[in-house]
Ligand binder design. Sequence first.
Ligand SMILES: Nc1ncnc2c1ncn2[C@@H]1O[C@H](COP(=O)(O)OP(=O)(O)O)[C@@H](O)[C@H]1O
Ligand SMILES: [Mg+2]
Length: 165
Amino acid sequence: MSHKGETATSTYTYASNGEEQTTRLAEALAGLMGAGSVIALDGDLGAGKTRFSQAVAKSLGVPGIVNSPTFTIIKEYEGVRFPLYHMDVYRITGREAADLGLDDYFYGGGVTLVEWAERIADLLPPDFLEIRIRHTGERERDIELTPHGEPYETWCRHMKENGTL
Ligand SMILES: Nc1ncnc2c1ncn2[C@@H]1O[C@H](COP(=O)(O)OP(=O)(O)O)[C@@H](O)[C@H]1O
Ligand SMILES: [Mg+2]
């Protein structure tokens, strides 16, 4: 996905050898998130988009279980500091997406996680963190992070410096 006014896009990779390692990345990111954070998740069915979202939810203090919102498109949860908006736009059509009023979530007071985000690429805000998960083995996943704008570029630099990435 490209970003308006972007010159060079850096991509960071994180090799996960199991769910616990994916959880650690989710926890590190959750610690950086704030109201208005938007995370675009892509990757084939079973890649781990929902598993990653569940770990973010837990880190944000969302009680209970966060399931895939495939049939509801958007689910809202109360976190400790701000709400979590969890979307799965796999089945959405362009017209439906336009009618959902996604900007109310993106620019609202919470964190938005979007599974299958590339399907609504045109509707994403200009600044977001792109996360692409690739199956490389039964438990192995290559997780590619591409920051589009701030604060996501700073997040990735920070995680690179502290050894998370
Ligand atoms: N390293 C890993 N990171 C994330 N999930 C993993 C990993 N290894 C195995 N899994 C498993 O892969 C599956 C991912 O499913 P899910 O998160 O629902 O995928 P998606 O939402 O991308 O379709 C889960 O059953 C999870 O336990
Ligand atoms: Mg899912």
